[in-house]
Design a protein. Structure first.
Length: 274
């Protein structure tokens, strides 16, 4: 299995790559290829070319959730691929995701469903765990079980005219079974990193977690949640923690201190092989 970071907030190497606030991962697994998220502004297409990744060989696109920093590159990706392609996601990717800060605004998917279907998207809705290829699972809705993972209070949606906390039920992750153990790929981890990893173990039946890679959404959490999550991750005995995106630099620095050599910052252009 190989994962290439096509888009992330930062670029860590002097290559002709673009960073943008968002995430997009190219996943190669047992001869299969898929694109997990599409970044924010379409840099994914040029970055893929630069990294020698041919997006047209993707068998599917998977959307971790509806936020614009994960779905904003989708139309460009579809136009580049130029044929009908399955796009896996939770039906609530189109719910009207909003945040209160730094400005109160819509941060959901920036396209109408019809526009994406015209560009080639064949949506496949996923609420339950789904094995995309043998050994590679898309999580489906992740049960929120830990007492310390609270979700992001800045995020909300309108139900009718009432403003309610955004449940982000559409937050999906990928679970890959490898000889080294489970590899968990996060989008933004709005369901909570520990909730997601426990769900991955339950769904796949694999206890050993080799790696966690992607956005942890630990940047905005309070000290209690952060401490609990760090303790949880330490107990997992990971071989690799490759956090990025909504982890934020202060938390990434702390994780680097805790995990030492086993921590990598997964900036644009990085590749991880399992
Ligand atoms: Fe994000
Ligand atoms: Fe998000």
């Amino acid at each position: 299995m190989r994962v290439t970071v096509l888009v992330e907030n930062t670029v860590g190497r002097p290559m002709r790559l673009f960073g943008e606030h968002g995430l997009s991962l190219w996943v190669e697994y047992e001869g299969h290829r898929l694109l997990f998220d599409t970044g924010h502004r379409g840099a994914v297409v040029a970055n893929a070319v630069c990294l020698g990744v041919d997006l047209r060989t993707a068998e599917a696109v998977v959307l971790s959730h509806g936020h614009c920093d994960h779905t904003g590159g989708l139309r460009d990706v579809l136009e580049f691929i130029g044929r009908r392609i399955p796009v896996y996601g939770h039906p609530e990717i189109f719910s009207g995701h909003r945040v209160t800060s730094p400005t109160d605004r819509y941060v959901g998917i920036p396209f109408a469903r019809e526009e994406l279907e015209d560009a080639g998207a064949k949506f496949v809705w996923v609420r339950e765990p789904r094995e995309l290829f043998p050994g590679l699972w898309l999580s489906g809705e992740v049960p929120r079980r830990t007492p310390f993972e609270k979700g992001d209070a800045r995020m909300y949606v309108y139900r009718e005219t009432e403003r309610v906390p955004d449940p982000l039920a559409d937050d999906l992750s990928l679970y890959a079974v490898t000889p080294a153990g489970l590899v968990v790929l996060l989008g933004c981890a709005h369901a909570g990193v520990a909730n997601i990893v426990e769900h991955a173990r339950e769904v796949t039946g694999v206890g050993k977690v080799a790696a966690v890679l992607g956005g942890t959404h630990l940047a905005p959490v309070d000290a209690v949640q952060l401490d609990n999550t760090v303790s949880y991750l330490k107990e997992l005995g990971l071989d690799l923690l490759a956090a990025n995106h909504c982890t934020g630099l202060p938390v990434a620095a702390r994780l680097a201190g805790v995990f030492g050599e086993r921590f990598r910052f997964a900036s644009t252009g990085e590749t991880f092989t399992f």
